[in-house]
Design a protein around this ligand. Structure first.
Ligand code: AMP
Ligand code: ZN
Length: 115
């Protein structure tokens, strides 16, 4: 599996940095964002290191589909029943801060801190 030893989220996948996990299987991990914008704010990531959404190819179609498909399931499990927001920041102008592909999934009653 592709891993970047200097990457924060690869370290979370490896268990070298703690996280509050909400889902894990062979290829995906989901955990609570450390600075939540909303009452529920989780990040869904592939376990393999892919820096940004601009780096995916057709070989990642199934993986991306699984990331998106996990969102409603997690929100339901976390008690979010009134809709949620999914967000992918890509690259510098996209506001990406952590260069390991991740999808934000946010829900819960408004107002939110951001977003
Ligand atoms: P982005 O701006 O899309 O790259 O978002 C990166 C997100 O990662 C931000 O919402 C951060 O709060 C979150 N984050 C950074 N470090 C951690 C960490 N150690 N555990 C959980 N979330 C983190
Ligand atoms: Zn990584």
């Amino acid at each position: 599996m592709n891993v970047d030893p200097d990457c924060l989220f690869c370290k979370i996948v490896a268990g070298q940095i703690p996280s509050k996990k909400v889902f894990e299987d062979e290829e995906l991990l989901a955990f609570h964002d450390i600075h939540p914008w909303a009452p529920v704010h989780v990040l869904v990531i592939p376990k393999q290191h892919i820096a940004t959404l601009a780096d995916v190819g057709p070989e990642h179609d199934a993986l991306l589909g699984r990331m998106l498909g996990l969102a409603p399931r997690l929100m339901k499990e976390l008690g979010v029943g009134n809709g949620f927001r999914t967000l992918l920041n890509t690259g510098r102008d996209g506001g990406q801060e952590v260069y390991h592909l991740h999808m934000h999934v946010m829900g819960g009653p408004r107002p939110w801190r951001k977003g």
